[in-house]
Design a binder for this molecule. Structure first.
Ligand SMILES: [Zn+2]
Length: 288
């Protein structure tokens, strides 16, 4: 069985977190009088697009918007979309490290994405949502973001994946469902049925095992190299060199394992905009 891996991913002990800081507690609000019957109900939330399962129900895998070739007649800039995705890693066995003060979240990065108004997709582990429930909820409450599943445990779904512990046989779908349960527990909104394999490692057995979870697996075509990076300029260059229309970029949202990501994003975003790119969430990229 071939193990597909992608370089530049966190492993070992990388908990990452994307967080937006703790929202203030809601002020008590007096019960308003019953409003007159609405003439129109609000539009139901749009259902995020997914891909059809593969043969025998295998979990489909999305990597980037397929290239459409040279647009005929249209402006080439129509195709200039790019999705930044941020993995909020926290591995199930990293609780003691968090307790000891290691920060797997990165609220400054979330704040930066808000300031720059960059729609983004956060692939969050269930363990991360448990550690940072207020931040998880805050990210999910902001329509700038969508929250996708990065497993509960951040254990590997193949045997050999950057030294990550491996998910016990037969529990892969359960691990994914447990992350969705953790999101519900934290009150996270804007959850999309997308799943990123820890380390990006998967094989045919994993795609079959995840069929009951009804997710679309999401990989990427541009590796930022931000995991454990110390040179923000190098990360930015790698992204800027790699992005094509329809690209999907993997970055991380964890101070502990990706300390220069915010600085890199601060360089990447204005430059890509200068080149005519528009930032979209993975769901919009998948819509085509
Ligand atoms: Zn990860």
């Amino acid at each position: 069985m071939t193990t597909l891996t992608v370089a530049g991913v966190l492993l070992g002990g990388a908990l990452a977190g994307c967080g937006g800081g703790t929202p203030p507690p809601p002020a008590p609000v007096p019960t308003p009088p019953t409003p007159p019957a609405a003439t129109a109900s609000p539009a139901p939330p749009k259902k995020p697009p997914t891909m059809a399962p593969g043969p025998a129900g295998r979990t489909p895998v999305f990597e980037r918007r397929p290239a459409t070739g040279t647009p005929a007649g249209g402006s080439p800039s129509d195709d200039k979309v790019v999705a930044l995705s941020f993995d909020a890693d926290m591995t199930a066995d990293q609780g003691p490290r968090a307790k000891a003060g290691e920060r797997f979240d990165n609220p400054e990065l979330i704040a930066l994405l808000r300031r720059l108004k960059v729609p983004s997709t956060v692939f969050m582990t269930g363990r991360w949502a448990e550690e940072y429930p207020a931040q998880a909820k805050d990210i999910g409450a902001d329509d700038l973001f969508e929250v996708a599943n990065h497993s509960y445990s951040h254990y590997a779904f193949t045997a050999d994946c950057y030294g990550l512990p491996v998910v016990a046989k037969g529990t892969m779908a359960r691990d994914v469902e447990r992350a969705f349960a953790a999101f519900r527990e934290a009150g996270v909104r804007n959850v999309v049925p997308y799943f990123r394999f820890p380390g990006g490692c998967y094989d045919d057995a994993a795609l079959r095992a995840l069929a009951p979870a009804n997710v679309t697996a999401v990989q990427w075509d541009v590796v930022s190299g931000d995991a454990f990076a110390t040179d923000a300029g190098a990360v930015a260059r790698q992204v800027l060199d790699g992005v094509r229309p329809g690209s999907l970029v993997v970055l991380h949202c964890t101070r502990s394992a990706a300390p220069v990501t915010g600085e890199a994003v601060g360089r990447i975003v204005p430059e890509l905009r200068k080149r005519g790119y528009r930032f979209v969430k993975v769901s919009e990229l998948m819509e085509g």
